[in-house]
Design a protein around this ligand. Sequence first.
Ligand SMILES: Nc1ncnc2c1ncn2[C@@H]1O[C@H](COP(=O)(O)OP(=O)(O)OP(=O)(O)O)[C@@H](O)[C@H]1O
Ligand SMILES: [Mg+2]
Length: 305
Amino acid sequence: MIVRLRSVSKIFGSRIAVNALDLDVPPGLCFGILGPNGAGKTTTLRMVYGVTRPTAGSIEVFGLDLKKHLRAVRSRLGVTLQQNVFIEALTPIENLRVFGRYHLLREPELSRRIDEVIEFLELGSHANMPVRQLSGGFQRRLAIALSLMNRPELLIMDEPTTGLDPAVRLALWSRIRELRAHGATVLLTTHYMDEAQRLCDRVAIVSDGRVVDEGAPGDLIAAHLAPEAVEVDCTPEEESALLDGTIRAARRLRVGRRVTFYLSDAAPLVERVRAADHRRPLVVRPTNLEDVFLALTGTSLEAAA
Ligand SMILES: Nc1ncnc2c1ncn2[C@@H]1O[C@H](COP(=O)(O)OP(=O)(O)OP(=O)(O)O)[C@@H](O)[C@H]1O
Ligand SMILES: [Mg+2]
C-alpha cells in the first residue's frame, strides 16, 4: 500500500474531525475521498502529508511510519492544497524556481523541471506575469505545476478542479491520467461526482470522519442502487400512485418535488407516467455515483412500500 491509515483520529477541542479511520491506497491508482462539507477530507489529507498530527492511530506512507520518516516521505510527495499558496508578486516561473530550491534542486536540473511542468500544464503563455494577475484556472494549473516539481510518487490533491471551467477540468483529468499511467499514485478529494466516477479507480465515501463505503465507482453503484434512475416531479400522493400494482421501485429519493426512482427496468414506470400525462417532464438515466453519495451521506432514501 502507498498509504495506510489505521484507526486514525483527529480531535479539535470537542470536535471529532476524523474518527478511527482505516484507509488503504494501493499503488498506481487514482483514489478519491468523497464526502460532504466538514466530513474530514482535508484533515485526513493534511495528516497524510504530515502537517497535522493525528490524535490517535498510525499512518504509513510508502511503507514508512510517518512519525519517524516525515522528511523522507515528504520529498517523495506532491501536494495541491484546497487553497492556492503562491508568492503573488512573483511570476509562475519565479514561484516554481523558489519551490524547486526548497526541494534542493540545482541548475541545470532546476530549469529543466520548470520547463517540463510549464509545458505539461500548458502555462507557457502566462509564465511571466505576476501570479496575482492570473485567472483562477491558471492559478490552479500553477498550483499543480508546483506540486509536480519534485516528480512525486504520490500526488495529494485537495479539490484540484474546484472553480475550473469544463475545458480546463478536462485538460487536468487527462494530465492526472497521464501521471497515473507513468506510475504515480494520486489521492484526491472532489465534490464533483462525475469527476470521481470518470477519474478515480477507487473511492472512499466519508461522513462524520468515518468511511461509509469504499470501492470502484461502478461496484459501489451496483452494490447500493438499481441501475436505472427515473426523475419526475410529483406530490407524495402521485408518487405512491405511480408505484401501485406491478411496479416496484427498489428505492426512491425525494428532494422537494423531485423524486428519483431506482429500478432494474425503467420502462414500466416511464409508460405509466406517460399514460397519465404524456407531456410531463421526465428524466431517464443510468444511476450514477452522485445517487450513491446522496444515499450514503444523509439525504433520506425510502425503501419501496
Ligand atoms: N484547525 C482546526 N481547528 C478546529 N476545527 C477544525 C480545524 N480544521 C478542521 N476542523 C473541523 O474539522 C471538521 C472537518 O474539517 P475538514 O476541513 O477536514 O472537512 P472537509 O471534509 O475537507 O470539508 P470541505 O468539503 O468543506 O472542504 C470540520 O468540522 C472542521 O470545522
Ligand atoms: Mg476540505
